[in-house]
Write a new protein. Structure first.
Length: 187
């Protein structure tokens, strides 16, 4: 369900685009993103920095698209988001020597340090690739082609996440078990 919730605003965007055009689709993605974040907040009782950044960018770039009647703003929003993620991950990992992925997921995954480092680097490369790809399609193709790319381009994150899952599964470590008080063993 979570993955459906992640993709729903952009699926609605593409559907609205096909039915009513870019400006209606922009308003739809703005509203859908607000609803999406409200649902996430209702479930998790918080929004991550990524959620807040996504919401802010969709609302700002969407508003600019509608106000200035210029589709370029909404088309370049993913490029800005992916580039910002890449910069944040790279600055944290290589500048401050802090792995943001480990900070966010370390309580759920026990992985060796080199694996966390490679995951961080992989995310930086992936985000730069996606920023460049979206920027290229937005700049050199029609809005129709870009909207189709937004729908079918989700194959890239799906492949990346499946690849990450396969990679992480090979390196998962089970955390050491703490002796329980009922085991009868002396500490």
């Amino acid at each position: 369900m979570k993955i459906l919730l992640d993709f729903l605003p952009w699926v609605l965007f593409v559907a609205a685009y096909k039915l009513q055009g870019i400006y209606t689709a922009t308003a739809v993605v703005m509203a859908a993103t607000v609803v999406q974040m409200a649902i996430i907040y209702g479930i998790d009782k918080k929004l991550t920095a990524m959620h807040k950044a996504t919401l802010a960018l969709v609302l700002v770039f969407g508003a600019l698209t509608l106000w200035l009647h210029d589709a370029r703003f909404i088309k370049f929003k993913p490029t800005v988001l992916y580039a910002a993620i890449a910069i944040a991950l790279a600055a944290a990992q290589w500048g401050w020597r802090k792995n943001l992925l480990k900070t966010m997921l370390g309580s759920q995954l026990t992985l060796p340090e080199p694996v966390w480092h490679r995951l961080g680097a992989a995310w930086v490369v992936y985000c730069l690739f996606m920023a460049a790809l979206n920027g290229y399609v937005a700049a050199f193709y029609s809005t129709n082609a870009w909207a189709a790319f937004k729908l079918w381009g989700y194959v890239f994150p799906v492949i990346f996440i499946i690849g990450q899952g396969v990679y992480v599964a090979r390196h998962l470590q089970t955390p050491p078990e703490e002796p329980s008080a009922s085991s009868g063993e002396a500490p």
